[in-house]
Ligand binder design. Structure first.
Ligand code: PHE
Length: 483
């Protein structure tokens, strides 16, 4: 490239196509890479300019070929003796007739008694022609196009698109001009290490090209995991690495395991219909009578635990109501009931359901990162350390805990992570109360936590709207980092 540039006037600026032609290259990446190398050695200077170009989008290309919708309807109108709405609906499909009438109204077409009437036909035709001419003039530099037209078409779907492109110009520096042609030698530099190369001895003396991660390259557009899936995999591998095993269980659960087992009183507001999705089918989920009697004793008067319970009267019918689990603690508690005396470390990353109105920070379906540690001597310090270790491995070294309240843990805490200088609440944790552990025959302390996955995803991906995670926005998905 330097040799080719030296053959011309030293003041000349070179664009990409000039470089490609002069070097007899076809690959842009080669030219950009060579330019970069020369720039690093101070032999050329590079000017980069970002250009915004306005181009036709899919609908725009069709409009250019078949005419804009308003043009086609206008042509149809002029060919009718009386252009009626009914006729329009017959001549055009529903998805065109509706928006088409809207467009014509803006142009001054009125509807009187089901008949379409044009205001000033010449003016209407002129506006339509002007729009078609605009589309015909694309692609064009965003700075050169008619801004009123740009505004107009930007508000219509898929007619035009705005694309940013970087244009580079290279120029020899005095040092670059001064390099003597005799000093320029062509050498073979190896960029790919292949099995064939390794079979011989040549690689021993070969020169290898350093891998420069700062060189601009096109992003390969291949299939990839959804960022949520990738995040779940990462969380999984962190817990597996920390010696946990994974628990997977069903969404459909009984109120008994979801709430009663966790000493959530039967009149707790979170149990109301407006907060929890109860199911009509099955009408009821059978639970073990002994277990329900144990919960009944705990809830009414504290059973054998020394607790006073919640008082009132406990209903086993309420326990057997089916629902969509509102937290994954419903699964860890059942795991403990099945293995009350074996020390364990168990986690799950799974979906839960709450009747929430959808907004920037709420979804009715989301995921929790749940975990328990049961072992002799387990204590609060160990719980805090485990959570800090988890978040540190996720890349958030600053974690703090604050006192909180859950009916099933004591002490209870809230976990907060520092992000962009602010403390954000990511979940709850604590040590299960005797009212929870004793009826199930659990003898060692149980550390437990439940954290929001989507909350964490918003941090990791820098989002301020949780809904972005689940709308199929391909462009956004393609541009997400590899987690
Ligand atoms: N289940 C709680 C929630 O849904 C979180 C939690 C789990 C708190 C375990 C304490 C212990 O918010």
């Amino acid at each position: 490239m330097l040799r080719a540039m030296q053959l011309s006037d030293a003041e000349r600026t070179w664009d990409l196509s000039a470089i490609l032609a002069a070097c007899e290259w076809t690959d842009q990446a080669v030219a950009v890479g060579a330019g970069h190398g020369l720039q690093n050695h101070g032999l050329v200077s590079v000017q980069e300019e970002t250009i915004r170009q306005i181009r036709l989008d899919v609908e725009g290309e069709q409009a250019l070929e078949n005419g804009l919708l308003e043009h086609r309807i206008w042509t149809w109108m002029n060919a009718q003796e009386t252009a009626t709405m009914q006729g329009l609906q017959q001549a055009f499909e529903r998805h065109e007739a509706g928006p088409g009438v809207g467009l014509l109204k803006q142009l001054g077409v009125g509807i009187e008694g089901g008949v379409l009437k044009a205001g000033d036909p010449d003016e209407i035709a002129a506006v339509i022609d002007h729009r078609a001419a605009f589309l015909g003039s694309l692609p064009a530099d965003a700075n050169d196009v008619d801004s009123a037209m740009l505004d107009h078409f930007s508000s219509r779907k898929n007619l035009i698109q705005s694309v940013e492109r970087t244009e580079r110009h290279w120029m020899l520096t005095p040092e670059g001009s001064a390099v003597s042609a005799d000093d320029l030698q062509e050498t073979l530099v190896i960029t790919d290490l292949t099995p064939e190369l390794l079979q011989g001895d040549d690689w021993k003396t070969a020169e290898f090209r350093a891998f420069d991660v700062s060189v601009e390259a096109t992003t390969p557009r291949t299939g990839r995991s959804h960022p949520m899936q990738a995040l779940i995999e990462r969380i999984r591998s962190i817990f597996l690495e920390m010696g946990f095993s994974e628990l997977v269980d069903d969404y459909v659960q009984s109120a008994g395991w979801n709430m009663d087992a966790l000493f959530i009183p039967q009149d707790h507001p979170a149990r109301e219909m407006q907060d929890t999705f109860y199911l009509d089918q099955p009408t009821s989920i059978d639970l073990d009578e002994d277990v329900m009697q144990a919960w009944k004793a705990i809830h009414e008067h504290g059973g054998e635990t020394g607790s006073t319970g919640w008082g009132g009267s406990y209903s086993t019918e309420v326990s057997q109501r089916p629902l969509l689990r509102t937290h994954t603690t419903v699964n860890t508690i059942q795991y403990l009931a099945d293995h009350p005396t074996e020390a364990c470390r168990v986690f799950s990353v799974d979906r839960v359901f709450r009747k929430e109105a959808i907004d920037r920070t709420h979804l009715p379906e989301f995921h929790q990162i749940e975990g328990i540690i049961m072992e002799e001597g387990a204590n609060l310090q160990m719980l805090v350390t485990t959570l800090k270790t988890f978040y540190a491995k996720m890349g958030y070294p600053e974690v703090r805990v604050r006192p909180a309240y859950f009916p099933y843990t004591e002490p209870s805490l809230e976990i907060e992570v520092k992000w962009r200088g602010k403390w954000l609440e990511l979940g709850g944790a604590g040590i299960f109360r005797p009212e929870v552990t004793e009826p199930l025959g659990i003898t060692s302390p149980v550390l437990a936590w439940g954290m929001g996955l989507e909350r964490l995803a918003m941090l990791v991906l820098g989002l301020d709207d949780i809904r972005q995670l689940y709308i199929s926005d391909l462009e956004w998905l393609r541009n997400q980092p590899i987690l």
